[in-house]
Design a binder for this molecule. Structure first.
Ligand SMILES: Nc1ncnc2c1ncn2[C@@H]1O[C@H](COP(=O)(O)OP(=O)(O)OP(=O)(O)O)[C@@H](O)[C@H]1O
Ligand SMILES: [Mg+2]
Length: 350
């Protein structure tokens, strides 16, 4: 049993910086929760508090139902790997993996089989007899991951564990981590600011901003039903377009063009309309007239930025020849959202 529960947790660092401002979250046994949000939002603070490397200023943290206030990190049943995790330099990778198990006086045969299975799971069998100085940055990161995984703790804490790896290795390793976590049925709290990684891994995506929880829900729900404008802007690539305006006759005027907002309840209200770049389509009768200011080909699609009066608009369109800078383009929005005005404005529609 290793649920993790944070209740009304606040962390004020010496010097006054607020890492977390009243954060509550219940993580189920065996759940894979991804903490996601911009730099400085409190992701590392959260995992360091669970690990016991920091103490909360206020609030309660429970692991497996037990209040862990004052419990040192080694007695919490957690294993943590972070971006800067270092290995013991004088030991081989094999020794590094064996070490935490030997300290616990685990029988040698079990130590051997666990290390072998973990190394196989991570694809690092070939590195076991090397010392850290003879590994690349990415190989060191995988070995550090192995040293955490081999412990089979009640809770894994991973703070950007793949940041030193190239894109294809990252994708491969996140699948391996997911498979190992499933097999061991261990609770995993995973920190990343890579949204592809966040969406791919999470059972539940927890979006933070400025030390506050913004939304905790399955990734699809966060993407399709963002709680507020802050979440809508954080999840989705390229970033959602936002336009401020008043709803008149079911539409909002933006620099001479207009966007339909299909909800009669919003009539007369001041709102922020959100349109994902992928929800824009070229159309001869499109209601948004832009002048193209940049074009980036991605393969099957093309990212276009254009000016709608003085307002920049990003669109992800099916690739075609002949989209050039300075050219006018007419676009239609196939799907829009509406939010209350303000950085954290709640979603009003749909
Ligand atoms: N040891 C510390 N002393 C003082 N302030 C700190 C300390 N650690 C973090 N903070 C502050 O607390 C806030 C949250 O920091 P945290 O490290 O949790 O962010 P993060 O979400 O992990 O960001 P990043 O993506 O950059 O790693 C920031 O404003 C940061 O400056
Ligand atoms: Mg961090």
């Amino acid at each position: 049993m290793a649920q993790v529960s944070l209740q009304h947790v606040r962390k004020v660092y010496a010097g006054g910086a607020e890492g977390l401002r009243g954060f509550s979250l219940d993580i189920a046994d065996g759940e894979l929760v991804v903490l996601f949000g911009p730099s400085g939002c409190g992701k590392s603070t959260t995992v360091r508090l669970i690990a016991g490397l920091e103490s909360p200023t206020e609030g309660t943290i429970r692991i497996g139902g037990r209040d862990v206030a004052g419990v040192p990190p080694r007695d919490r049943g957690v294993a943590m790997v972070s971006q800067g995790s270092s290995l013991y330099p004088h030991m081989t990778v094999r020794r590094n993996l064996e070490f935490p198990l030997r300290v616990r006086r685990m029988p040698v045969s079990e130590v051997r089989s666990r290390v072998a299975r973990t190394a196989e799971g991570l694809g690092i069998e070939g590195l076991l007899d090397r010392k850290p100085a003879r590994l690349s940055g990415g190989e060191r990161q995988r070995a550090a991951l192995g040293r955490a995984l081999v412990q089979q703790p009640r809770v894994f804490l991973m703070d950007e564990p793949l940041s030193d790896l190239d894109a294809s290795l990252r994708a491969d390793l996140r699948q391996r981590i997911r498979a190992l976590q499933r097999r061991l049925h261990t609770t995993l709290v995973y920190v990343t600011h890579d949204q592809e990684e966040a969406l791919a891994l999470a059972d539940r995506l927890v979006v933070l901003s400025r030390g506050l929880l913004q939304q905790a829900a399955p990734p699809r729900e966060v993407y399709e039903r963002p709680a507020n404008r802050c979440v809508a802007g954080a999840v989705g690539s390229p970033v959602m377009n936002f336009f401020r305006g008043a709803v008149r006759g079911g539409r909002v005027q933006v620099a001479g063009s207009w966007l339909g907002v299909g909800s009669p309840t919003l009539e007369g209200r001041d709102v922020v309309v959100g349109v994902r770049p992928s929800a824009l389509r070229e159309s001869a009768t499109g209601s948004l007239s832009i002048t193209v200011s940049s074009v980036e080909l991605l393969g099957e699609s093309v990212d276009v930025v254009g000016d709608l009066g003085a307002v920049p608009v990003a669109a992800r369109l099916p690739a075609r020849d002949g989209i050039t800078i300075g050219q006018p383009l007419r676009l239609d929005a196939t799907h829009v959202m509406a939010f209350e005005p303000g950085e954290f404005g709640a979603r009003l529609f749909p």
